[in-house]
Design a protein around this ligand. Structure first.
Ligand code: FMN
Length: 132
């Protein structure tokens, strides 16, 4: 099973990405391709982990990497995992009604089975964006 983690920035800079459209496409395609993972965004940055059969992850990532809605895509990790760390496909965005603690708790739950490195990358970025 391949697991790929990347970070990117929404494009054009400062434009709020159409998160609902991305989520709809992702849910439909990832479910069909057996790709699971997590996409976190604050509307400016994206951090996404994708996992599944190597071919399915490669095809999904190739589409994502060519998407003009984001730029400066950097792969942070690309590795083989024995078993899925994300049971399904999900997306996390802190909404106006979320408290910081409530959102953290949701993220911790979504990252419950993730490796320390993956969990640390998500929580580190979230903390950094909150402080920004
Ligand atoms: C930050 C970001 C994350 C995305 N994540 C996924 C994803 O996990 N799966 C997916 O199929 N498409 C994802 N997309 C959308 C793809 O880039 C592409 O537009 C889409 O797969 C095309 O699918 P369609 O031909 O079925 O509309 C993402 C796009 C962005 C900007």
């Amino acid at each position: 099973m391949r697991q790929l983690l990347y970070i990117s920035s929404s494009h054009p800079r400062g434009a709020a990405a159409d998160i609902a459209a991305i989520l709809g496409q992702s849910q439909r395609n990832n479910c069909a391709a057996g790709v699971t993972g997590l996409l976190w965004t604050d509307g400016v940055r994206f951090l996404q982990v994708l996992e599944g059969e190597a071919d399915a992850v490669a095809a999904t990532y190739a589409r994502i990497a060519a998407d003009p809605r984001h730029t400066a895509i950097v792969v942070l990790a690309d590795r083989t995992v024995a078993a899925r760390e994300f049971g399904d496909w999900s997306m996390a965005r802190r909404g106006p009604g979320d408290t910081a603690d409530g959102f953290d708790a949701r993220m911790q739950a979504a990252l419950g089975a993730a490796s320390p490195a993956v969990r640390g990358t998500f929580m580190g970025l979230i903390a950094a964006r909150r402080a920004a």
